[in-house]
Design a protein around this ligand. Structure first.
Ligand code: GDG
Length: 518
């Protein structure tokens, strides 16, 4: 076993995620602000001989939107944190660079890695398998081999970046092998892993040909976090059945390389949103004006129903459109009064299941609009675009009813964002019980998206809900969303890591004392 020595001045806290928290600014656009230029992040485009091409060109970057980086920014800055991840473009070789006080350590992925590890194993094997096989997962040995190779690359980058005795926090399903690989390289570090998507019931998980390797990979972590209690239980059950390890409460006893036993602590940490930035955004006069403008642009309908999702088969967009079409056909809603706005942001467009889903949705929308539109009104305004956060906030403000009909979803941040945006205590959230958010947002109108009749009745109930009841439900949901915000979430995970480190140190001390006593 090789042991990595930390580089001089390594980071006390390292986050490892598939993506870096920055996006490259296309050459045609100016960087958002001065802080976004990263002269150290000079590009090393390879020549045919594999040698770095000279001279390097300074790349420009802007922060990618996302709660995780916002939540971790203060602690990353105070701890001289580092972030290991892919810059989002194949074959881009970059040196580490600093951005907004965080050291960014790019991991290079070739076009083939992207195809096999990312689009293949991550998004066409693990993603469908972990989302209740809504779409059939594909099991491919070359994809698995690429997943192992790329996970090792991320683990090595983290091992080289973290200070002696430091902490590494690994994010999500693309990197399930990193905890174990990293522990082999750096037994001194405390390792956390957070799983953003569901962990499936044993009957489904056990289909995975590499089920034992993936469990062993995750068990390299000291703390393994899931969104829901059910996910944590499914994981523990898979460990018991497949690896025959002993579990007690939330702890799993894992054999360690020195012949002893260590503990992996499994716990739900339901992810949250950056509520402060949302409440600030929706108070801005220009956002309020934009919400009004959106309503006018839609022909001033009495009610706006909204859906916002990545175009993904887990989100239940087809079920929602089917229910909406039937309500129109039955005359229970009228195009002159009500409109459905569906934002379906482009996602994983090179994966076959996503291409097919897009065709199906666009055909249904076309058929419904063709049948029910009038010259003045549309039944569904379908938007296959990505929008800035400001526009999303204005849409949330404009919407009378928000539809979240996921067939399976780790959490669903859109549901929480809608609630955070509604400072006026108006609006109704229709929420799938198969989204993690339904554990917390129990005052939403909860639905089973497979039950189209039930979904239709609930949409009508939402459209007819009196303002007093809207306010009562919205207040209860806002209390919950504001209490458990993204800062509370990241602190609770990092506190669990600290407790785990202390426990490991106490265990090592006891072991040392027992050697002396003997
Ligand atoms: C995974 C899990 C879990 C969407 N379109 C636009 C846009 N968005 C933003 C939303 C929201 C985010 O993307 C989507 O988050 P979700 O939670 O709804 O879903 P996933 O992308 O599947 O996320 C999920 C999450 O990880 C976190 O752990 O909750 O269960 O699947 O923030 O607002 N944002 C902008 N323009 C768009 O067009 N700016």
């Amino acid at each position: 076993m090789t042991t990595f020595l930390p580089s001089e001045g390594g980071a006390a806290l390292v986050v490892v995620a598939n993506r870096l928290p920055v996006d490259r600014v296309p050459d045609s656009e100016p960087a958002a602000d001065a802080a976004a230029t990263a002269p150290e992040g000079a590009e090393r485009s390879s020549t045919a001989s594999g040698q770095p091409a000279a001279p390097p060109r300074a790349a420009q970057w802007r922060r990618s939107p996302g709660g995780l980086v916002t939540a971790l920014e203060p602690v990353m800055q105070s701890e001289h944190g580092a972030w290991v991840g892919w810059a989002g473009q194949p074959d881009l070789e970059l040196e580490p660079f600093d951005f907004d006080g965080i050291r960014l350590i790019p991991v290079t992925l070739s076009a083939e890695d992207v195809e096999l590890y990312y689009e293949g194993f991550s998004n066409d094997t693990i993603w469908p398998l972990y989302h209740d096989v809504i779409s059939p997962p594909r099991f491919s040995r070359p994809w698995w081999e690429a997943y192992v190779t790329v996970n090792r690359r991320f683990a090595e980058a983290a091992a080289g970046a973290v200070a002696w005795g430091g902490t590494v926090w690994v994010q999500d399903y693309q990197l399930q092998l990193v905890p174990e690989l990293l522990r082999e390289l750096r037994p001194d570090v405390t390792i956390g892993y957070f799983h953003h998507i569901p962990f499936p019931p044993y009957g489904l998980y056990s289909q995975l040909p590499w089920r034992r390797q993936v469990l062993a990979g995750l068990l390299g972590a000291d703390v393994i976090g899931f969104q829901r209690v059910a996910d944590a239980n499914n994981f523990t059950m898979a460990v018991r059945r497949q690896l025959k390890l002993e579990t007690k409460g939330n702890d799993i006893s894992v054999p360690s390389s020195d012949g002893g036993t260590r503990f992996a602590h499994v716990h739900p940490f339901p992810i949250a949103i950056d509520t402060t930035s949302y409440s600030e955004l929706v108070r801005r006069p220009e956002i309020i004006a934009r919400a009004k403008e959106i309503r006018e642009g839609l022909g001033n309908p009495r009610r706006i129903v909204l859906g916002v999702d990545r175009l993904d088969y887990t989100k239940g967009i087809r079920h929602r459109i089917k229910a909406y079409g039937e309500l129109l056909a039955e005359g229970r809603i009228d195009v002159s009064e009500t409109i459905l706005v569906q934002v379906a942001s482009p996602s994983r467009e090179r994966v076959a299941a996503y291409m097919q889903l897009r065709d199906e949705i666009e055909m249904s929308v076309g058929r419904i609009n063709g049948t029910f539109d009038s010259t003045g009104h549309s039944a569904i305004r379908y938007l296959h675009h990505s929008y800035p956060r400001e526009e999303m906030a204005a849409l949330y403000l404009a919407a009378d009813v928000m539809l979240v009909t996921a067939l399976r979803d780790g959490m669903n941040l859109v549901a929480k964002e809608y609630v955070a945006a509604r400072a006026d205590n108006r609006g109704v959230l229709v929420l799938s019980e198969f989204a993690g958010a339904s554990d917390e947002l129990t005052s939403a109108l909860l639905i089973n998206p497979h039950d189209i009749e039930g979904l239709k009745d609930t949409i009508v109930e939402a459209l007819d809900m009196p303002p007093a009841e809207q306010a009562r439900r919205m207040r209860a949901m806002r209390r919950r969303v504001f209490k458990n915000d993204i800062n509370a979430w990241s602190s609770s995970f990092l506190d669990a890591l600290t407790r785990s480190r202390e426990r490991r140190e106490a265990q090592a001390q006891r072991a040392a004392l027992s050697v002396v006593d003997a």
